[in-house]
Ligand binder design. Structure first.
Ligand SMILES: Cc1ncc(C[n+]2csc(CCOP(=O)(O)OP(=O)(O)O)c2C)c(N)n1
Ligand SMILES: [Mg+2]
Length: 376
């Protein structure tokens, strides 16, 4: 894809494919027979949709970075370098019926679950036409199966478990999915949720998104060893995927969803990736001190979008075709960001309690009720 020097991590600016990594990308996706079958079944449209989804997420982040530079918003949390984790998971679900609970690195789940980009951008601006009427920077849209996160990391794990319990009790073949960061796994809520999901065998998928860092604390500073033993510890079906390989993430999630729908219970899918920037836009310089330049360089060569593009070209999809997809998504994101800015003062929320009933609506969760009752 086109690179954006003012906004991209420096490792992405002059990105050129490393043939060895492109081979590894292909081999990784084929190393497991069940995953290989799923990938082989993907039609060209589905392959291109995955590509469009990742490009959309990257450009969504770039639009937010641009707004931070222009002083439109004060700060933004980004998923740069981790796009494959969100997009691969979402595309593997039944997006008309399943429910996801994204965290800050998973904003791509908003648009990939079907929320309109202008509405998403309105959410960041806090205008009254945003998903929660401009009340809070945390938003979702239950009509599209996206739970609004709460700020406390890890808490969506027991919430997703509870949703899955409802699906199980109603004998609905539906799945709940949430992402949990390496740092968030240190909370009690995550332990409670994992344990309950294991005991009750509910149809939930936990994506343990190990990006090697929590705020300014490296994984090796908050945990001894890796996550290999964790699924078994909780009695959860365990799976592992390369978080910079969208096909691997897609296939692993699809298998987890099939397993859950068949009544097999919960999966903990451990995905390795890397945060190619700061915790948010405010601490990019600090992040460069948290890790050595070699680590950024190593993961920078594994840009999930660049690798996937090269893979698709090897599979016979032309660069022109990819370019056309990118162009269309670029126009879509640019237009949405511009539209959100127009007359934004005029769209600021009404004084609390005057017109907006978001608080009571939030408590009643009408979208969730409709979704849970199969009306949506
Ligand atoms: C319970 C709780 N403790 C602390 C915080 C402050 N906080 C917000 S994000 C974050 C880091 C989370 O790291 P991780 O779970 O690895 O996710 P990442 O940011 O790397 O995607 C922290 C500590 C919080 N939101 N909730
Ligand atoms: Mg982390």
């Amino acid at each position: 894809m086109r690179r954006y020097p003012p906004y991209d991590p420096p490792e992405y600016v002059g990105w050129v494919p490393d043939p060895k990594l492109v081979d590894e990308f292909r081999e990784r996706a084929r190393s497991d027979a069940a995953r290989a079958r799923i990938i082989d079944d993907l039609a060209e449209k589905a392959l291109l949709d995955l590509y469009a989804g990742m490009v959309r997420f990257r450009l969504h982040d770039i639009a937010l970075k641009r707004w931070v530079r222009r002083g439109v918003i004060s700060k933004a949390w980004l998923g740069t370098g981790e796009e494959a984790v969100t997009v691969g998971c979402v595309h593997a679900l039944d997006r008309d019926r399943d429910v996801v609970a994204p965290m800050i690195r998973n904003a791509g789940a908003f648009h990939e679950m079907g929320m309109a980009l202008p509405r998403i951008f309105a959410g960041y601006l806090g205008t009254g036409d945003g998903p929660n009427g401009g009340r809070d920077g945390h938003f979702g849209d239950l009509e599209h199966g996206v739970l609004q996160p709460i700020s406390h990391v890890g808490d969506m794990v027991p919430v997703a478990t509870g949703l899955a319990l409802a699906f199980q009790q109603r004998d609905e073949k539906r799945v709940a999915l949430t992402w949990v960061g390496d740092g968030a796994t240190k909370t009690a809520a995550v332990h409670e949720g994992f344990n309950l999901a294991g005991v009750l065998r509910v149809p939930v998928i936990f994506i343990l998104q190990n990006n090697q860092v929590a705020l300014g604390t490296r994984l090796d500073q908050h945990q001894v060893g890796g996550f290999d033993a964790w699924p078994a510890m909780y009695g959860l079906r365990g799976a592992f995927a390369d978080g910079n390989n969208v096909l691997d993430v897609y296939a692993a999630t699809k298998l987890a969803a099939d397993h859950a729908r068949a009544g097999g219970g919960a999966t903990l899918l451990v995905v390795e990736t890397f945060r190619m920037g700061g915790h948010a836009t405010h601490d990019e310089a600090e992040a460069r001190k948290t890790f050595g330049a070699d680590l950024f360089e190593r993961w920078g060569r594994r840009d999930p979008i660049g690798l996937y593009e090269e893979h698709l070209v090897q599979q016979g999809i032309t660069r022109d075709r990819l370019g056309a997809v990118e162009e269309q998504v670029t126009q879509e994101v640019d237009a949405a960001a511009e539209a959100a800015l127009e007359d934004r003062d005029g769209r600021s929320p009404a004084p609390a309690g005057a017109e907006y009933d978001g608080i009571s609506a939030g408590v009643r969760q009408p979208g969730l009720a409709a979704r849970m009752n199969g009306a949506l």
